[in-house]
Design a protein around this ligand. Structure first.
Ligand code: 6PG
Length: 264
């Protein structure tokens, strides 16, 4: 069970959510870079919501505040398609962020041979992460920040309801067959995500209200509502939501709710 009280930051609009999340992330990375020598590892989320955040991170006003030589980028999940494919999470991050910042190629941990045999892709990606990331005393990757989205079916990363990957207890990365999408995905597992120092959900739009309510207040059914299994062991858990996504959803009482950009 997570040890620290999760924090919810509510923004007026999707653009403000992206700005607030980017500001927070830059501040976290700056603090890390002032106090630690090792690289700051950031696991990127896929889908559509994070794109604005990545574009803001790539903007001069934000990118210039960071030492990109000391940042390590990886993916929390990837569709098992070549990087050139329009569905590729790597492609989205490259176009919105990576191609616009001075990050050394060696600091970007691309999912190797994505689109190939899913099991082999997952094995190669895990080997790459094991080679480049620090490892916790419990044997998990010590990722400094994992960004996550939330699906309408309460999935996160590529951990979909009723799929095998939900049960994974030893691997960092697995290939996950997603029957409802008729595809394979490559994804960090829950133990790998929950070992992170920071986990931040980015949740925007009214279509997310129902899944957000289930995530926070629904019956605890991990198989059916996978994102409920995100509970950093010692790291912080943050939710960046916009008003449309929050709607009338009430967060759990003990959690910290911060409303920012409130129009007066
Ligand atoms: C992916 C993501 C996935 C995503 C959610 C929300 O590869 O699609 O990792 O988990 O974060 O489906 O997607 P949107 O941000 O597009 O709503």
């Amino acid at each position: 069970m997570a040890l620290m009280v999760p924090e919810i930051l509510v923004s007026d609009t999707a653009q403000q959510l992206a700005f607030n999340a980017a500001q927070w992330l830059v501040q976290q990375i700056q603090e890390h870079q002032q106090n630690q020598t090792r690289l700051f590892s950031l696991a990127l989320a896929g889908g559509g919501t994070p794109k604005r955040l990545y574009e803001l991170l790539a903007s001069h006003s934000m990118a210039s505040r960071l030492d990109w030589q000391r940042i390590l980028l990886l993916w929390g999940d990837e569709r098992n398609v070549p990087e050139s494919h329009p569905d590729s999470n790597v492609r989205m991050a490259r176009l919105s962020l990576i191609d616009h910042v001075p990050i050394p190629v060696k600091n970007v941990l691309y999912v190797p041979d994505s689109g190939g045999d899913p099991g082999q892709v997952a094995d190669s990606y895990e080997l790459l992460l094991r080679d480049r990331l620090p490892i916790t005393a419990q044997g998990w990757p010590e990722i400094d920040c994992v960004l996550l989205g939330l699906g309408d079916d309460v999935h996160t990363a590529s951990l979909f309801p009723q799929t095998i990957a939900l049960q994974e207890k030893t691997r960092w990365v697995v290939a996950n067959q997603v029957p409802k999408l008729a595809c394979w995905r490559i994804t960090l597992t829950f133990p790998a995500i929950n070992a992170a120092s920071r986990v931040a959900f980015l949740i925007s739009g009214s279509s997310k209200s129902q899944s957000l309510d289930i995530l926070w207040n629904g019956p605890r059914i991990a198989e059916q509502y996978p994102a409920q299994s995100v509970a950093p062991a010692v790291g912080i858990l943050k939710f960046f939501v916009d008003r449309d996504a929050l709607g009338t959803v009430q967060p759990p009482e003990s959690w910290r709710l911060c409303r920012i950009d409130e129009t007066k």
